[in-house]
Design a protein. Structure first.
Length: 274
């Protein structure tokens, strides 16, 4: 019978897999919400956190089924998707290192009409949803951090809805590229045309045209589903204002404030868990 893998060994394997995918190891990268926690809150969660590899299209939870685990992404992007009765799907939100997958648990529920799966591979930390709910019930400060994230996430979804109606495709594409870049350890990452089309609500041919235009302008390199950001500032200038608005709103709500004190300002990385 196989022996169980320790958290430290799984963390090492996570790092090796990232390197094998062309993503350099950054030991000091972590999840923003875990960084915000007080030391006492973090120490209560720490024994229950386990490193996990986010493989492409890995299901994190499914619509109308109990949410068994919550996830704190360290890098990579998870996509919240609504699927209609005719089988069509639309991406309605994304979660990266700034947040938590399993937000309904934070709000007192274990079901959602949406599904969440990995669209950009990476790593993270997972925790049993029932244990996490119990910790929330026992800590007003932990609960506050998660409620502020819920507010920030709602604002992101609302901003994206307005963006889809008001801004040109190229502007919206630049915004999503920048948001993905912010969640990754480097400017080179997997981002398929299928995912971009779902995020932007357009056909793959439209995505091909826009990505080709950005590549021709020297802002990105795009080949076989891999994106390399070549000129971050130029890409930012082409994006709509929604990128900066969402970023500032996350910083406002999830800054390290007196309401969410941290005595230890070092990052809490995957390798420190266990």
């Amino acid at each position: 019978m196989a022996h169980p893998v320790s958290p430290s060994e799984l963390a090492r394997r996570c790092a090796n897999q990232r390197e094998s995918h062309g993503m350099p190891q950054h030991d000091r990268r972590t999840n923003r919400l875990l960084t915000l926690l007080s030391d006492s809150d973090y120490q209560r969660l720490r024994p229950h956190l386990s490193p996990v590899v986010f493989e492409y299209r890995k299901s994190l939870y499914e619509a109308s089924r109990p949410i068994e685990k919550v996830y704190f992404p360290v890098d990579g992007v998870a996509s919240m998707v609504i699927t209609t009765s005719d089988g069509h799907s639309a991406e309605v939100g994304t979660i990266g290192s700034e947040g938590i997958v399993g937000l309904p648990v934070c709000l007192g529920d274990r079901h959602a009409p949406s599904s969440v799966y990995v669209q950009v591979p990476g790593t993270g930390l997972e925790m049993d949803a029932r244990i996490f709910r119990g910790e929330l019930d026992g800590s007003p400060t932990l609960n506050l951090v998660m409620l502020r994230y819920a507010h920030a996430f709602f604002n992101q979804v609302a901003q994206s809805a307005a963006c889809a109606h008001l801004h040109r495709l190229e502007q919206r594409c630049c915004r999503w590229l920048l948001m993905t870049r912010d969640r990754m350890p480097s400017g080179d990452f997997l981002l398929t045309q299928e995912f971009l089309g779902m995020m932007l609500g357009v056909r793959r041919t439209s995505v091909t045209d826009v990505m080709g235009s950005l590549q021709k302008a020297g802002l990105i390199r795009y080949r076989r589903g891999h994106v390399t950001i070549l000129d971050y500032e130029a890409l930012r200038l082409r994006a709509c204002e929604c990128y900066d608005i969402s970023k500032l709103e996350f910083d406002r709500l999830l800054g390290d404030t007196p309401l969410m004190p941290r005595t230890d300002k070092t990052h809490r990385s995957v390798s420190q868990v266990g």
